[in-house]
Design a protein around this ligand. Structure first.
Ligand code: DX5
Ligand code: ZN
Length: 219
């Protein structure tokens, strides 16, 4: 089952609740929630307060919290309390990967590992059976609107093979530069969950009420 996960990084934060309602009403499946700390990545975004605010606003769809923060462990219980569904983190940002996965699971959330474009997949050898999500970055993390890095398709094929070989119940997600022009190719590489930020939120004029339907339909 394919799932579309709009990244709210490209949404209008002044009316975030409405933006999220619109993309969900237009057929999006998951809310992708980018957390940046101006330390692990060179940008600063949103934290548990905003996640909680979306839940209080009435969002019931899964919230896919992508942590680009270092250290990672201490923020996990706060996001669990704030209503996160998935919590994914970068192995480089954790001193003890197994412990961090355990923390996420103990807090009642689904756990995922995120691989930057040039980060090898070797830690999956020991972690894949425990993971609910593998997220492959197809841009270097930190900003929306960057260009898709094509060699990540080889990584997607490799992870798809591992998931299928072990019959793991694990989603394969991709993040960065995904849009109508390349989503078919990405799906053919074995990806089942597609993050799209600028393609969803910025492509169409903000006054065009149909922009979400149009783009999510195209994806
Ligand atoms: C980048 C973020 C992405 C970003 C994707 O660090 O993790 O989720 O919002 O944006 P687009 O789809 O515009 O590349
Ligand atoms: Zn992301």
């Amino acid at each position: 089952m394919y799932q579309i996960a709009p990244s709210i990084l490209s949404a209008n934060f002044a009316k975030l609740g409405e933006e999220v309602d619109n993309v969900l009403a237009s057929g999006a499946d998951i809310v992708h929630f980018d957390v940046m700390d101006n330390h692990y990545v060179p940008n600063l975004t949103i934290g548990p307060l905003v996640c909680e605010a979306l839940r209080k606003h009435g969002v019931t769809a899964p919230i896919d919290v992508h942590l680009m923060v270092k250290p990672v462990d201490r923020i996990i219980p706060d996001f669990a309390k704030a209503g996160a569904t998935y919590i994914t983190f970068h192995p480089e940002a954790s001193e003890h990967i197994d412990r961090t996965i355990g923390l996420i699971k103990e807090s009642g959330c689904k756990a995922g590992l995120v691989f930057n474009p040039a980060t090898p997949l070797d830690v999956l050898e020991y972690t894949l059976p425990k993971l609910d999500m593998v997220l492959l970055m197809s841009v270097n993390p930190g900003f929306g609107g960057q260009k898709f890095i094509p060699y990540v398709l080889d990584k997607a094929r490799a992870v798809r093979k591992m998931i299928d070989a072990g019959k793991y119940n694990c989603r394969l997600e991709i993040d960065g530069g995904v849009g109508p022009a390349n989503i078919k190719e990405v799906a053919e590489a074995g990806v089942d969950t597609f993050v799209a930020g600028s393609a969803v939120f910025s492509k169409y004029n903000a006054n065009d009420k149909n922009r979400y339907d149009t783009i999510i339909g195209e994806l």
